[in-house]
Write a protein that binds this ligand. Structure first.
Ligand SMILES: [Zn+2]
Length: 313
């Protein structure tokens, strides 16, 4: 019989060496001796040694059953147990290796990889050095705004911060001024992150002029290659990797990754490789919002209605 793992979460974010141990992240207990408890946080690939006195003061054991670990900070208040064992489906260097000569294509793959596994950046997040200085001398001038609840680029299965969470809530929380999570729209469980990467790579390899997807990558990721089949959702044109690469190197490269509903963020079935200009045209609205706007505009205008009906023939 296998021994059931014990999971704990820390009441507040703690700085340990060069690592942040994020508040409320479930951590599997790996070992304990008189001085140290070794934990493996859900959102990290490495273990962290926590001094016993810190552990005893801040760790709370999480409830679990056969299928879930319960934690109010996660969507639905629980984490499916199998998610603790899901690792990235492929390593970044393994993915890039066959294309190392093709710099632009590697940049595109790197961006797909980063969007799949890492939350967006946040330059307002305090660093550990500044945080320790604050703990030693917790005085800030009234005008200074220290720290931010959102981590700078961390894994997408770090606890999501509720959308209504305000600055005053952050200043009142135990972790302040250390970060406590990621933006809610950046959140995805590890299995969904793998699906997002596979979807993005499938689209990339199905663009016109895309390099051939090597057999080992195709088989490992179960990518279905149908050359010249990937279209921009907005304009319906087949995407050309040559144009994409040119756009990627421009200042606005990040908008090559278009969202069907920008408010949902990079979720499965919500992100696709499309044109920068098309993404700009869609703006902050979802596709369905745009459809409803046009339908409303055409409904009581016979001329527009006629144009629209002819276009849809
Ligand atoms: Zn387009």
């Amino acid at each position: 019989m296998s021994v059931q793992r014990v999971y704990v979460a820390f009441r507040k974010t703690i700085a340990i060496g060069s690592d942040w141990l994020c508040a409320q992240t479930p951590c599997a207990i790996k070992s304990r001796n008189e001085t140290t408890v070794v934990v493996e946080p859900f959102n990290k690939s490495r273990k962290i040694k926590v001094p016993v006195e810190v552990y005893d003061a801040e760790a709370c054991v999480l409830e679990q059953d056969d299928h879930f670990v319960y934690n109010a900070s996660y969507p639905g208040g629980r984490i499916p147990k199998e998610e603790f064992d899901v690792k990235p489906i492929i390593g970044k260097s393994e993915l890039l290796a066959p294309f190392i000569e093709n710099k632009n294509f590697c940049l595109l793959l790197e961006k797909a990889y980063q969007d799949s596994y890492t939350g967006k950046g946040n330059t307002f997040c305090i660093n550990i050095k500044e945080y320790l200085a604050y703990l030693a001398n917790p005085v800030v001038s009234k005008l200074e705004r220290i720290g931010d609840p959102v981590f700078n680029r961390t894994s997408r299965h770090t606890p999501p911060i509720p959308s209504g969470f305000e600055r005053k809530d952050f200043e009142a929380c135990l972790s302040f001024p250390a970060p406590i999570g990621i933006r809610a729209e950046d959140f995805a469980f590890p299995s969904e992150q793998n699906k997002i990467l596979v979807q993005l790579l499938t689209q990339i390899f199905n663009c016109k002029n895309a390099p051939i997807c090597p057999e080992e990558i195709r088989a490992k990721l179960n990518i279905v290659v149908e050359p010249d089949s990937h279209r921009c959702e907005w304009c319906g044109e087949v995407m050309n990797i040559v144009e994409l690469n040119q756009d990627y190197c421009s200042k606005e490269h990040s908008v090559n990754f278009c969202h069907r509903d920008p408010k949902l963020g990079t979720k499965e079935h919500n992100v696709y490789i499309g044109h920068c200009s098309c993404n700009r045209e869609q703006g902050g609205y979802s596709e369905i919002e745009r459809v409803m706007q046009i339908a409303k505009l055409a409904k009581y205008n016979t001329e527009y209605k006629k144009i629209l009906l002819e276009m849809l023939q």
